[in-house]
Write a protein that binds this ligand. Structure first.
Ligand code: ADP
Length: 474
């Protein structure tokens, strides 16, 4: 398979390197978009929204183009999965079998919704009548992270396209490649010029220019809580654009005494890594704690960390040197704070950014490894006795993205899932998603939902139209 990328430049001719995390070597140079480039892209998007066909065509016509877009993505699954593997360290096999097909199906899901956007006719009275329209919000800005470059691109862009918005998408500086490919495919699918604009560049420059732009009507951001705060500030001090944020997490996985320990250990391992919903705090009930620890240790030893193109790999490299160093420093901090390293804790090999799956026991709730989002393969194991204690510990975090529960007891599953303040609860599973089921954060994990019809409504606004009966002779 050969992927050729021509060198792209911004208005000033500046470029930056994107790195292969398997080796630390440069893959390509891409345009370093800045404020002027964002201005140009917003102008194109504004014109496409104010005067172009996209928001004016029927939903069915937009849906047909989106279906074509999905077909083109499917024709290029291998290249796209490979781009995310070399640029982000994502597992190639998973990209090919799961992530990229899911992206095509996400486009189809919203294509099917594009002609089902309705307002309401209100009963009111004979004298004063009214109805509502759901109209596209306008130009939306999408600032996306590096951990799921393809999924995040379409979790924001697919509902925005269906709604009739035009958009500027800024991929993370670590992972710009698949986004450029998606822009090209949008063009080939017949998405009109100016509707979907991709700008590659850095957060504090290109990203900040989107968040503070006076002509962007909505900003959708997924990333760190710290940057999410800046996005809200920029929106507030510019044009009060609408904001939706999906931010960090420190999600709990609660394993009860009646759980199948083998299955629970598999779920716990599945939940760690560069995933915002990672089950990085694992609470195990005391009756099975020792057995669970033993099982997890065995399984972690057989967990293959390696080249994302190797089908045996369960975990690829961390995205870049900065993340790699950050994760290792958290591990050192955990050791210094007195937690016990059950397994892992070290980098693997002498090139690239690979880290062993790392599990700490004897973790106290206030240790940094138990409170901060590490965004890497580091798990903190803790013990609990009662259901109430499990709920309190699970909720003892500023975040509220997700939680997992492993139990066969329906009462426990019900009580705990209703008591945890998080946007997604997984019972006897972890990391399960469906395009029809929305997801997003409670508390400091953000607001606004991805997926499902909730996400479509984020890109629509309601207009109320009233009319008064002109004559009372009728
Ligand atoms: P992480 O810490 O996981 O790398 P970030 O929140 O820093 O995540 O980055 C997520 C996205 O936000 C990236 O596309 C990045 O370029 C962008 N970004 C970073 N800083 C800013 C900023 N000040 N304003 C707007 N976007 C930003």
């Amino acid at each position: 398979m050969v992927i050729s990328m021509k060198e792209e430049r911004d208005l000033k001719g500046k470029t930056f390197e994107t790195i292969d995390p398997r080796t630390g070597e440069v893959i390509a140079r891409v345009a370093e978009g800045d404020k002027e480039d964002v201005d140009l892209a917003v102008r194109a998007a504004r014109q496409a929204f104010d005067d172009g066909p996209w928001p004016r065509m029927t939903g069915a016509a937009r849906g047909r183009i989106m279906m074509k877009y999905a077909d083109l993505i499917e024709e290029h699954i291998e290249e796209l999965a490979a781009l995310d593997a070399i640029d982000a360290g994502k597992l190639f096999g998973q990209g090919k079998a799961v992530d990229i097909p899911a992206v095509a199906n996400l486009l189809r899901y919203y294509a099917g919704a594009a002609d089902k956007i309705h307002g309401e006719v209100l009963k009111m009275s004979r004298e004063l009548q009214g109805y509502t329209l759901r109209e596209p919000i306008g130009v939306s800005g999408h600032i996306i992270p590096w951990n799921f470059p393809s999924s995040m691109f379409f979790m924001m862009s697919a509902p925005a396209l269906a709604a009739g918005c035009t958009m500027i998408v800024k991929p993370a500086e670590q992972t710009p490649l698949s986004a450029l490919f998606y822009a090209d495919l949008a063009n080939k699918a017949g998405v009109p010029a100016g509707v979907l604009n991709v700008i590659t560049g850095y957060g504090p420059t290109a990203g900040a220019a989107i968040a503070s732009h006076m002509d962007v009507d909505k900003v959708c951001f997924t990333g760190s809580t710290e940057v999410g705060r800046k996005i809200m500030q920029a929106a507030a001090t510019s044009n009060l654009k609408q904001v939706s944020l999906e931010l960090g997490g420190k999600s709990p996985l609660l394993i009860f005494d009646d759980a199948d320990v083998d299955k629970a250990a598999d779920l716990a391992l599945l939940g760690i890594g560069e995933i915002c919903v990672a089950g990085s705090r694992v609470f195990v009930q005391e009756g099975i704690y020792d057995e669970f620890v033993k099982k997890l240790k065995e399984k972690a030893k057989n967990w293959v960390v390696g080249d994302p193109f190797d089908p045996r790999s369960r975990q690829g490299p961390q995205v870049d040197k900065q993340q790699f160093d950050k994760i290792l420093s958290y591990i050192e901090h955990g050791k210094r704070e007195g937690a016990t390293l059950l397994t892992g804790g070290k980098p693997i090999g002498n090139k690239g950014y690979f880290i062993e799956p790392t599990v700490f026991t004897d973790v106290k709730e206030d240790m940094m490894i138990a409170t901060d989002e590490i965004f890497g393969p580091v798990m903190s194991l803790m013990k609990f006795e009662t259901i109430e204690e499990a709920i309190n510990k699970a909720n003892n975090t500023k975040y509220g993205l997700a939680a997992g529960i492993v139990t066969k007891n329906l009462d426990v599953a019900n009580t705990v899932s209703r008591s945890i303040r998080a946007g997604t609860i997984w019972i006897n599973c972890y990391f399960a998603f469906d395009r029809d089921c929305s997801y997003g954060g409670y508390k400091m994990s953000g607001f606004g939902r991805h997926l499902g019809l909730e996400a479509l409504h984020k890109f629509l606004q309601v207009k109320s139209i009233f009319f008064v009966r002109e004559t009372d002779k009728i």
